[in-house]
Write a protein that binds this ligand. Sequence first.
Ligand code: SF4
Length: 395
Amino acid sequence: MSAKGQMEKKKIEATVDWRQLDWKEELKNNITSVDELKAYIDLSSEEEADLKEVVGAHPMNIPRYYLSLIDANDPADPIRRLCVPDIDELVVAGAMGETTGDPYGDDKHDKGNGILHKYPYTALVVGTEYCAMYCRHCFRKRMVGLPNEQTVKNFQGAAKYFAEHKELSNVLISGGDPFMLPTPTVKAMLDELKGLDHLNYVRVGSRAPVVYPIRFFDDELIEVLREFNQTKTLYVPTHFNHPDEITPVAAEAIMRLREAGITVNNQAVFLRGVNDNVETLVELMNKLLRIGVNPYYLYQCMPVSRVRHHFQVPLKEGVDIVDKARKQLDGYGKRFKFIIGHDIGKIEICGRIGDKLIMKQLHARPEHPEESSRMLVRQLTENGGWLDDLPEVEL
Ligand code: SF4
């Protein structure tokens, strides 16, 4: 593994039975510093210094489980790209254009106490800023893993807000990763939502099935979720990006959620060097279906500072990759929507006609209801990776 003269690298034991571990204890073994990381992965002294700077801006947090999925001999390994800091993160904006810390416009819809209320029918509450892993492509990079004012302080107060807003059809508990909270806290949050008759369903957004499936071998958590789901339908949106993330342990964690009656939907992100080719997308969607997870969204990578430059794929290239993948997928496999999660609302990328990109806006801000369900046509350019990069054009 190592270059001549370098120390033999540590390996995560292939024999670890992740299902038997105490989820809270194992989190303490996460790799959080460059010094710990270099025991597992070769880094030059220059890289080491750069990565320390990167980690200063966006902390590193890699569970041993997820690290064990990396091919340490392959610097371009897609799993590595998702979790190990990269010197490209020092580029705040770059080849793909301008960036922002808040691409989805969350701050404009911040109602305080961790509540983001953008669309009339959906409200989001930030349960915690902590995640089992800090993904390098995270669109909430500005707050995840860092002290911030957007985490709920008083969940009862948040539930009161939801109770008063009868226009809501659903609430999303998000983060960070809410399943990193202690089980009694998760239960207390869900209990507050149980009696809200106007909610059709509740979602708990979590990447833990992917990066930390160990969490779902906690019987107490599964019972809490099962019990809640018997009163109000519970969905768990998750975030598999690559077929290598679908391991037997992850599949078993998903099975435990499904046995509790919970539907799991996948929201992948389309990322350069991770899943930006037809074969990987096809394999990802097919493997998701095998483990009972519904392909739901494939997000175009947002113009996030320290992310866009090295992760975003131009739309002209991306739309063709996605269309070719769809051709190989069956009906359930191609159910996912290719999405731009824009400040103005969610926009589905339907496809292209010649050099024109055809889109449909799915959700709009309340002050612009006329934008909802409208069709959009834009001129594809060589490098344009976001709606705003593409000139308006007639069909
Ligand atoms: S788990 Fe989600 S919120 Fe947390 S770092 Fe990863 S992408 Fe961001």
